[in-house]
Design a binder for this molecule. Structure first.
Ligand code: ADP
Ligand code: ASP
Ligand code: MG
Length: 442
Protein backbone atom coordinates (compact mmCIF):
# COMPACT_ATOMS: atom_id res chain seq x y z
CA UNK A 1 0.00 0.00 0.00
CA UNK A 2 1.28 3.42 -0.87
CA UNK A 3 0.03 5.55 1.98
CA UNK A 4 0.97 3.36 4.95
CA UNK A 5 1.27 5.12 8.28
CA UNK A 6 3.24 3.66 11.17
CA UNK A 7 1.92 4.60 14.60
CA UNK A 8 3.70 4.12 17.91
CA UNK A 9 1.94 4.40 21.27
CA UNK A 10 3.96 5.07 24.42
CA UNK A 11 3.49 3.54 27.84
CA UNK A 12 1.03 6.08 29.20
CA UNK A 13 -1.09 5.70 26.04
CA UNK A 14 -1.44 1.98 26.82
CA UNK A 15 -1.43 2.05 30.62
CA UNK A 16 -4.98 0.77 31.17
CA UNK A 17 -8.19 -0.30 29.43
CA UNK A 18 -9.44 3.28 29.06
CA UNK A 19 -6.26 4.24 27.24
CA UNK A 20 -6.50 1.10 25.04
CA UNK A 21 -9.93 2.29 23.88
CA UNK A 22 -8.55 5.69 22.89
CA UNK A 23 -5.77 3.95 21.00
CA UNK A 24 -8.23 1.71 19.14
CA UNK A 25 -10.33 4.74 18.14
CA UNK A 26 -7.27 6.48 16.77
CA UNK A 27 -5.93 3.45 14.89
CA UNK A 28 -9.26 2.31 13.45
CA UNK A 29 -10.32 5.81 12.34
CA UNK A 30 -7.73 5.74 9.54
CA UNK A 31 -7.18 2.59 7.43
CA UNK A 32 -3.72 3.86 6.48
CA UNK A 33 -2.63 3.25 10.08
CA UNK A 34 -1.55 -0.30 9.29
CA UNK A 35 1.36 -0.91 11.63
CA UNK A 36 1.14 -0.22 15.32
CA UNK A 37 4.20 -0.29 17.58
CA UNK A 38 3.30 -0.71 21.24
CA UNK A 39 5.11 0.04 24.50
CA UNK A 40 4.60 -1.79 27.77
CA UNK A 41 1.90 -0.39 30.10
CA UNK A 42 3.30 2.79 31.68
CA UNK A 43 2.19 4.84 34.64
CA UNK A 44 -1.56 5.21 35.18
CA UNK A 45 -1.09 8.01 37.70
CA UNK A 46 1.89 9.79 39.18
CA UNK A 47 3.64 7.49 41.61
CA UNK A 48 2.56 4.36 39.68
CA UNK A 49 5.22 1.91 38.42
CA UNK A 50 5.82 1.14 34.75
CA UNK A 51 5.52 -2.54 33.86
CA UNK A 52 9.08 -2.40 32.46
CA UNK A 53 10.37 -1.42 35.92
CA UNK A 54 8.25 -4.12 37.54
CA UNK A 55 9.85 -6.66 35.21
CA UNK A 56 13.38 -5.47 35.97
CA UNK A 57 12.69 -5.73 39.70
CA UNK A 58 11.12 -9.12 39.38
CA UNK A 59 14.00 -10.48 37.33
CA UNK A 60 16.55 -9.09 39.79
CA UNK A 61 14.82 -11.08 42.53
CA UNK A 62 14.97 -14.21 40.36
CA UNK A 63 18.69 -13.73 39.77
CA UNK A 64 19.32 -13.30 43.50
CA UNK A 65 17.55 -16.61 43.99
CA UNK A 66 14.74 -14.96 45.96
CA UNK A 67 11.07 -15.70 45.49
CA UNK A 68 9.58 -13.56 42.74
CA UNK A 69 6.07 -15.01 42.75
CA UNK A 70 4.46 -11.97 44.34
CA UNK A 71 6.26 -9.49 42.13
CA UNK A 72 5.25 -11.51 39.09
CA UNK A 73 1.64 -11.69 40.22
CA UNK A 74 1.47 -7.92 40.27
CA UNK A 75 2.58 -7.90 36.63
CA UNK A 76 0.02 -10.54 35.66
CA UNK A 77 -2.58 -8.41 37.38
CA UNK A 78 -1.75 -5.37 35.23
CA UNK A 79 -2.38 -7.33 32.03
CA UNK A 80 -5.37 -9.26 33.32
CA UNK A 81 -7.16 -6.11 34.40
CA UNK A 82 -6.74 -4.63 30.92
CA UNK A 83 -8.01 -7.83 29.29
CA UNK A 84 -10.98 -8.12 31.65
CA UNK A 85 -12.02 -4.50 31.43
CA UNK A 86 -11.86 -4.61 27.65
CA UNK A 87 -13.90 -7.81 27.69
CA UNK A 88 -11.70 -9.65 25.20
CA UNK A 89 -11.44 -13.41 24.87
CA UNK A 90 -7.82 -13.97 25.72
CA UNK A 91 -5.82 -15.82 28.33
CA UNK A 92 -2.15 -15.08 28.85
CA UNK A 93 -1.76 -17.95 31.36
CA UNK A 94 0.58 -19.98 29.12
CA UNK A 95 2.65 -16.90 28.30
CA UNK A 96 2.99 -16.04 32.00
CA UNK A 97 4.07 -19.60 32.80
CA UNK A 98 6.71 -19.57 30.04
CA UNK A 99 8.08 -16.23 31.17
CA UNK A 100 8.27 -17.28 34.82
CA UNK A 101 10.09 -20.40 33.78
CA UNK A 102 12.53 -18.34 31.68
CA UNK A 103 13.12 -16.03 34.66
CA UNK A 104 13.94 -19.01 36.85
CA UNK A 105 16.44 -20.10 34.20
CA UNK A 106 17.92 -16.60 34.00
CA UNK A 107 17.02 -15.83 30.42
CA UNK A 108 18.61 -12.37 30.67
CA UNK A 109 17.68 -8.92 31.90
CA UNK A 110 16.90 -7.68 28.40
CA UNK A 111 14.63 -10.64 27.79
CA UNK A 112 12.86 -9.87 31.07
CA UNK A 113 12.31 -6.20 30.26
CA UNK A 114 11.11 -6.95 26.74
CA UNK A 115 8.15 -9.03 27.98
CA UNK A 116 6.19 -5.86 28.80
CA UNK A 117 5.97 -4.81 25.16
CA UNK A 118 5.57 -8.45 24.07
CA UNK A 119 2.51 -9.12 26.24
CA UNK A 120 0.94 -5.71 25.71
CA UNK A 121 1.18 -6.13 21.96
CA UNK A 122 -0.53 -9.53 22.11
CA UNK A 123 -3.40 -7.86 23.97
CA UNK A 124 -3.56 -4.90 21.60
CA UNK A 125 -3.41 -7.10 18.47
CA UNK A 126 -6.33 -9.13 19.80
CA UNK A 127 -8.32 -6.00 20.68
CA UNK A 128 -7.76 -4.43 17.25
CA UNK A 129 -8.10 -7.69 15.28
CA UNK A 130 -4.59 -7.15 13.83
CA UNK A 131 -1.75 -9.65 13.24
CA UNK A 132 0.98 -9.89 15.87
CA UNK A 133 4.58 -9.72 14.65
CA UNK A 134 7.32 -10.61 17.15
CA UNK A 135 10.34 -8.38 16.36
CA UNK A 136 12.71 -11.05 17.74
CA UNK A 137 12.83 -12.60 14.28
CA UNK A 138 13.16 -9.36 12.34
CA UNK A 139 14.86 -6.58 14.27
CA UNK A 140 18.47 -7.63 14.45
CA UNK A 141 21.62 -6.49 16.22
CA UNK A 142 25.16 -7.40 15.14
CA UNK A 143 27.79 -9.33 17.15
CA UNK A 144 28.85 -6.13 18.90
CA UNK A 145 25.29 -5.31 19.91
CA UNK A 146 24.89 -2.48 17.39
CA UNK A 147 21.54 -2.26 15.62
CA UNK A 148 21.84 -3.58 12.04
CA UNK A 149 19.50 -1.63 9.74
CA UNK A 150 20.44 -3.46 6.53
CA UNK A 151 19.71 -6.95 7.85
CA UNK A 152 16.60 -5.74 9.66
CA UNK A 153 15.21 -4.09 6.55
CA UNK A 154 15.79 -7.19 4.45
CA UNK A 155 13.91 -9.36 7.00
CA UNK A 156 11.21 -6.95 8.13
CA UNK A 157 10.13 -5.35 4.83
CA UNK A 158 8.78 -8.61 3.26
CA UNK A 159 7.16 -9.60 6.57
CA UNK A 160 5.29 -6.30 6.76
CA UNK A 161 4.34 -6.52 3.10
CA UNK A 162 2.65 -9.85 3.84
CA UNK A 163 0.40 -8.36 6.52
CA UNK A 164 -2.50 -5.97 6.04
CA UNK A 165 -2.47 -4.77 9.66
CA UNK A 166 -0.15 -5.71 12.50
CA UNK A 167 0.92 -4.83 16.01
CA UNK A 168 4.67 -5.02 16.67
CA UNK A 169 6.12 -4.80 20.20
CA UNK A 170 8.57 -1.94 20.65
CA UNK A 171 11.87 -1.85 22.54
CA UNK A 172 13.58 -5.08 21.46
CA UNK A 173 15.07 -7.29 18.77
CA UNK A 174 17.57 -10.09 18.87
CA UNK A 175 21.27 -10.84 18.63
CA UNK A 176 22.88 -13.10 15.98
CA UNK A 177 22.63 -15.97 18.53
CA UNK A 178 18.88 -15.24 18.88
CA UNK A 179 18.98 -13.95 22.47
CA UNK A 180 16.75 -10.96 23.11
CA UNK A 181 18.33 -7.53 23.22
CA UNK A 182 16.58 -4.25 24.04
CA UNK A 183 17.38 -0.72 23.00
CA UNK A 184 18.05 1.68 25.86
CA UNK A 185 15.12 2.99 27.92
CA UNK A 186 12.41 4.64 25.86
CA UNK A 187 13.49 2.48 22.93
CA UNK A 188 10.02 1.77 21.52
CA UNK A 189 10.45 5.09 19.71
CA UNK A 190 13.37 3.50 17.89
CA UNK A 191 11.31 0.45 16.92
CA UNK A 192 8.63 2.76 15.49
CA UNK A 193 11.20 4.48 13.37
CA UNK A 194 12.64 1.18 12.13
CA UNK A 195 9.19 -0.14 11.23
CA UNK A 196 8.42 3.13 9.39
CA UNK A 197 11.64 2.69 7.43
CA UNK A 198 10.95 -0.96 6.55
CA UNK A 199 7.32 -0.23 5.61
CA UNK A 200 8.30 2.78 3.44
CA UNK A 201 5.71 4.68 5.44
CA UNK A 202 4.52 8.14 4.42
CA UNK A 203 4.61 9.23 8.06
CA UNK A 204 5.65 7.97 11.47
CA UNK A 205 3.10 9.07 14.07
CA UNK A 206 4.47 8.96 17.62
CA UNK A 207 1.55 9.11 20.06
CA UNK A 208 2.30 10.16 23.62
CA UNK A 209 0.84 12.15 26.52
CA UNK A 210 1.76 15.68 25.39
CA UNK A 211 0.51 17.64 22.38
CA UNK A 212 3.84 17.59 20.60
CA UNK A 213 7.37 18.52 21.26
CA UNK A 214 7.18 21.45 23.62
CA UNK A 215 9.60 24.36 23.57
CA UNK A 216 10.97 23.13 26.85
CA UNK A 217 10.43 20.44 29.44
CA UNK A 218 6.94 20.85 30.97
CA UNK A 219 8.36 19.74 34.31
CA UNK A 220 10.55 22.86 34.35
CA UNK A 221 8.30 25.49 32.77
CA UNK A 222 4.51 25.43 33.26
CA UNK A 223 2.58 24.87 30.06
CA UNK A 224 5.26 25.54 27.50
CA UNK A 225 4.04 26.10 23.93
CA UNK A 226 4.33 23.22 21.47
CA UNK A 227 6.74 23.49 18.57
CA UNK A 228 4.78 23.32 15.29
CA UNK A 229 7.59 22.21 12.99
CA UNK A 230 11.13 21.22 13.83
CA UNK A 231 13.95 19.85 11.67
CA UNK A 232 15.65 16.54 12.43
CA UNK A 233 18.86 18.40 13.19
CA UNK A 234 17.25 20.73 15.70
CA UNK A 235 15.46 17.82 17.30
CA UNK A 236 18.63 15.79 17.54
CA UNK A 237 20.29 18.63 19.44
CA UNK A 238 17.35 18.86 21.84
CA UNK A 239 16.90 15.09 22.24
CA UNK A 240 20.60 14.67 22.96
CA UNK A 241 20.37 17.30 25.66
CA UNK A 242 17.60 15.50 27.43
CA UNK A 243 14.31 16.52 25.83
CA UNK A 244 12.84 13.15 26.63
CA UNK A 245 9.82 13.03 24.33
CA UNK A 246 11.58 11.05 21.62
CA UNK A 247 14.53 8.68 21.94
CA UNK A 248 17.51 10.25 20.16
CA UNK A 249 18.22 7.08 18.14
CA UNK A 250 14.71 7.25 16.69
CA UNK A 251 15.75 9.93 14.26
CA UNK A 252 18.28 8.12 12.11
CA UNK A 253 16.10 5.39 10.46
CA UNK A 254 13.38 7.82 9.35
CA UNK A 255 15.76 10.61 8.46
CA UNK A 256 17.59 8.23 6.16
CA UNK A 257 14.34 7.44 4.38
CA UNK A 258 12.96 11.00 4.39
CA UNK A 259 9.91 10.06 6.47
CA UNK A 260 8.46 12.86 8.63
CA UNK A 261 7.53 12.20 12.26
CA UNK A 262 4.38 13.64 13.82
CA UNK A 263 4.31 13.71 17.63
CA UNK A 264 0.66 13.51 18.73
CA UNK A 265 -1.31 13.36 21.97
CA UNK A 266 -3.42 10.23 22.57
CA UNK A 267 -5.57 12.18 25.02
CA UNK A 268 -6.14 15.06 22.54
CA UNK A 269 -5.96 13.54 19.07
CA UNK A 270 -7.43 16.69 17.53
CA UNK A 271 -4.30 18.71 18.38
CA UNK A 272 -1.94 19.16 15.47
CA UNK A 273 1.15 18.11 17.40
CA UNK A 274 4.68 18.62 16.14
CA UNK A 275 6.00 17.75 12.69
CA UNK A 276 9.62 16.69 12.51
CA UNK A 277 10.93 17.11 8.97
CA UNK A 278 14.19 17.09 6.99
CA UNK A 279 14.03 20.70 5.86
CA UNK A 280 11.49 23.42 6.17
CA UNK A 281 11.18 26.84 4.65
CA UNK A 282 8.83 27.72 7.50
CA UNK A 283 10.58 30.10 9.85
CA UNK A 284 9.98 29.20 13.45
CA UNK A 285 7.44 31.31 15.27
CA UNK A 286 10.02 32.45 17.78
CA UNK A 287 13.73 33.12 17.29
CA UNK A 288 14.47 29.92 19.13
CA UNK A 289 12.91 26.55 18.41
CA UNK A 290 13.53 24.85 21.74
CA UNK A 291 15.47 24.66 24.99
CA UNK A 292 16.74 21.48 26.63
CA UNK A 293 19.26 20.70 29.29
CA UNK A 294 20.78 18.16 31.60
CA UNK A 295 22.56 18.08 34.90
CA UNK A 296 25.55 15.92 35.72
CA UNK A 297 28.50 17.38 33.84
CA UNK A 298 32.04 18.21 34.90
CA UNK A 299 34.48 20.58 33.31
CA UNK A 300 38.22 20.08 33.14
CA UNK A 301 39.72 23.58 33.10
CA UNK A 302 43.22 23.95 31.75
CA UNK A 303 45.25 27.15 31.62
CA UNK A 304 48.68 27.68 30.17
CA UNK A 305 50.34 30.79 28.82
CA UNK A 306 50.90 30.64 25.08
CA UNK A 307 48.89 27.43 24.84
CA UNK A 308 47.74 28.49 21.39
CA UNK A 309 51.32 28.50 20.09
CA UNK A 310 52.11 25.02 21.35
CA UNK A 311 51.72 22.51 18.56
CA UNK A 312 49.83 19.39 19.66
CA UNK A 313 48.65 20.77 23.04
CA UNK A 314 44.98 19.98 22.46
CA UNK A 315 45.80 16.58 21.07
CA UNK A 316 47.84 15.69 24.15
CA UNK A 317 44.93 16.58 26.42
CA UNK A 318 42.51 14.57 24.34
CA UNK A 319 44.86 11.60 24.28
CA UNK A 320 44.69 11.47 28.06
CA UNK A 321 40.89 11.35 27.86
CA UNK A 322 41.05 8.71 25.14
CA UNK A 323 43.40 6.55 27.19
CA UNK A 324 40.92 6.69 30.05
CA UNK A 325 37.99 5.82 27.83
CA UNK A 326 36.26 9.21 28.09
CA UNK A 327 34.23 11.02 25.42
CA UNK A 328 33.97 14.78 25.64
CA UNK A 329 30.76 16.75 25.11
CA UNK A 330 32.12 20.23 24.43
CA UNK A 331 35.47 21.91 24.24
CA UNK A 332 35.32 25.68 24.27
CA UNK A 333 38.79 27.22 24.17
CA UNK A 334 40.48 30.61 24.46
CA UNK A 335 44.01 31.77 23.71
CA UNK A 336 45.48 30.44 26.93
CA UNK A 337 42.63 28.34 28.21
CA UNK A 338 40.86 25.19 27.27
CA UNK A 339 37.83 23.61 28.94
CA UNK A 340 36.72 20.10 28.29
CA UNK A 341 33.20 19.21 29.37
CA UNK A 342 32.55 15.56 30.17
CA UNK A 343 29.74 13.56 31.68
CA UNK A 344 30.42 13.36 35.45
CA UNK A 345 29.51 9.70 35.62
CA UNK A 346 32.19 8.77 33.12
CA UNK A 347 34.78 10.50 35.35
CA UNK A 348 34.07 8.46 38.46
CA UNK A 349 37.22 6.82 39.74
CA UNK A 350 39.35 8.41 37.02
CA UNK A 351 39.78 11.99 38.22
CA UNK A 352 43.19 11.49 39.77
CA UNK A 353 44.62 9.53 36.83
CA UNK A 354 43.44 12.23 34.43
CA UNK A 355 44.85 15.12 36.45
CA UNK A 356 48.19 13.34 36.87
CA UNK A 357 48.48 12.47 33.20
CA UNK A 358 47.53 15.92 31.93
CA UNK A 359 50.06 17.45 34.34
CA UNK A 360 52.69 15.01 33.14
CA UNK A 361 52.09 15.41 29.41
CA UNK A 362 51.03 19.05 29.10
CA UNK A 363 52.55 20.95 32.08
CA UNK A 364 49.64 23.39 32.44
CA UNK A 365 49.89 26.48 34.69
CA UNK A 366 46.55 25.62 36.21
CA UNK A 367 44.40 22.52 36.08
CA UNK A 368 41.18 21.81 37.90
CA UNK A 369 38.02 19.78 37.61
CA UNK A 370 34.76 21.45 38.51
CA UNK A 371 31.69 19.28 39.11
CA UNK A 372 27.93 19.93 39.34
CA UNK A 373 27.56 21.64 36.03
CA UNK A 374 24.32 21.66 34.05
CA UNK A 375 24.30 22.25 30.31
CA UNK A 376 21.47 24.03 28.53
CA UNK A 377 21.12 23.99 24.75
CA UNK A 378 19.21 26.80 23.08
CA UNK A 379 18.42 25.54 19.61
CA UNK A 380 16.91 27.19 16.55
CA UNK A 381 17.32 27.33 12.81
CA UNK A 382 16.23 30.97 12.84
CA UNK A 383 18.87 32.04 15.36
CA UNK A 384 21.46 32.48 12.62
CA UNK A 385 19.46 35.18 10.91
CA UNK A 386 18.24 36.98 14.01
CA UNK A 387 20.64 39.62 15.19
CA UNK A 388 21.34 39.94 18.88
CA UNK A 389 20.23 36.45 19.94
CA UNK A 390 23.27 35.85 22.14
CA UNK A 391 22.87 39.32 23.65
CA UNK A 392 19.26 38.65 24.59
CA UNK A 393 20.17 35.27 25.99
CA UNK A 394 22.88 36.60 28.27
CA UNK A 395 20.87 39.57 29.41
CA UNK A 396 18.04 37.18 30.39
CA UNK A 397 20.47 35.11 32.42
CA UNK A 398 22.13 38.13 34.01
CA UNK A 399 18.72 39.44 34.98
CA UNK A 400 17.88 36.14 36.63
CA UNK A 401 21.25 36.32 38.46
CA UNK A 402 22.53 33.16 36.86
CA UNK A 403 26.27 32.86 36.61
CA UNK A 404 27.24 31.48 33.19
CA UNK A 405 30.25 29.19 33.54
CA UNK A 406 30.72 28.14 29.96
CA UNK A 407 29.53 29.13 26.50
CA UNK A 408 29.84 27.16 23.32
CA UNK A 409 28.23 28.18 20.07
CA UNK A 410 27.82 25.21 17.74
CA UNK A 411 29.63 25.67 14.44
CA UNK A 412 26.34 25.23 12.59
CA UNK A 413 24.97 28.30 14.41
CA UNK A 414 22.01 26.10 15.16
CA UNK A 415 22.62 26.16 18.87
CA UNK A 416 24.22 27.92 21.78
CA UNK A 417 25.19 25.76 24.72
CA UNK A 418 25.68 27.31 28.10
CA UNK A 419 27.01 25.75 31.29
CA UNK A 420 25.54 26.83 34.64
CA UNK A 421 25.68 25.51 38.19
CA UNK A 422 23.25 22.64 38.65
CA UNK A 423 21.24 24.62 41.21
CA UNK A 424 20.64 27.36 38.63
CA UNK A 425 19.36 24.99 35.97
CA UNK A 426 15.63 25.55 36.41
CA UNK A 427 15.95 29.33 36.91
CA UNK A 428 18.11 29.62 33.80
CA UNK A 429 15.74 27.58 31.65
CA UNK A 430 12.75 29.65 32.74
CA UNK A 431 14.61 32.91 32.14
CA UNK A 432 15.47 31.87 28.59
CA UNK A 433 11.91 30.75 27.90
CA UNK A 434 10.50 34.00 29.25
CA UNK A 435 12.88 36.08 27.17
CA UNK A 436 12.24 34.41 23.83
CA UNK A 437 8.74 33.02 24.02
CA UNK A 438 6.56 34.85 26.50
CA UNK A 439 6.58 38.46 25.23
CA UNK A 440 5.52 37.36 21.75
CA UNK A 441 2.41 35.70 23.06
CA UNK A 442 0.78 38.95 24.01
P1 ADP B 1 5.95 7.80 26.06
O1 ADP B 1 5.72 6.90 27.22
O2 ADP B 1 4.70 8.12 25.31
O3 ADP B 1 7.06 7.33 25.17
P2 ADP B 1 7.67 9.71 27.36
O4 ADP B 1 7.44 9.76 28.82
O5 ADP B 1 8.84 8.94 26.86
O6 ADP B 1 6.33 9.21 26.66
O7 ADP B 1 7.78 11.18 26.75
C1 ADP B 1 6.78 12.15 26.99
C2 ADP B 1 7.17 13.01 28.19
O8 ADP B 1 8.37 13.72 27.88
C3 ADP B 1 6.19 14.09 28.52
O9 ADP B 1 5.15 13.60 29.35
C4 ADP B 1 7.05 15.13 29.21
O10 ADP B 1 6.97 15.00 30.61
C5 ADP B 1 8.49 14.81 28.80
N1 ADP B 1 9.21 15.91 28.12
C6 ADP B 1 10.47 16.33 28.39
N2 ADP B 1 10.84 17.34 27.59
C7 ADP B 1 9.79 17.58 26.79
C8 ADP B 1 9.55 18.51 25.73
N3 ADP B 1 10.47 19.40 25.34
N4 ADP B 1 8.35 18.46 25.10
C9 ADP B 1 7.41 17.56 25.47
N5 ADP B 1 7.57 16.67 26.47
C10 ADP B 1 8.74 16.67 27.13
N1 ASP C 1 8.99 0.20 28.05
C1 ASP C 1 10.32 0.67 27.76
C2 ASP C 1 10.75 1.69 28.80
O1 ASP C 1 10.05 1.92 29.77
C3 ASP C 1 10.47 1.20 26.37
C4 ASP C 1 9.55 2.35 26.00
O2 ASP C 1 8.58 2.63 26.70
O3 ASP C 1 9.81 2.98 24.97
O4 ASP C 1 11.83 2.22 28.70
MG1 MG D 1 9.13 7.47 25.40
Amino acid sequence: MENTKVVKFGGSSLADAGQFRKVADIVLSDPARRFVVASAPGKRFSGDTKVTDMLYNCYDLAVKGESFDKAFEAIEERFNSIINELGIELSLADEFANIKNAFAHRAGRDYAASRGEYLNSIVLAKFLGFDFIDPAGYIRFDEKGAFDLETTRSLLAPKLASSAHAVIPGFYGSMPNDTIKTFSRGGSDVTGSIVANAANAVIYENWTDVSGFLICDPRVVDNPKPITTITYRELRELAYMGAGVLHEDAIFPVRKAGIPINIKNTNHPEDRGTFIVAETAETSQYTITGIAGKKGFSVIQIEKDMMNAEVGFGRNVLRVLEKNGLCFEHMPSGIDTMSVVVNSESLIGKEKAIIDEINFRCHPDKLEIENNLALIAVVGRSMRKARGTAGRLFSALAHARVNVKMIDQGSSELNIIIGVEEEDFETATRAIYDMFVLPQEK
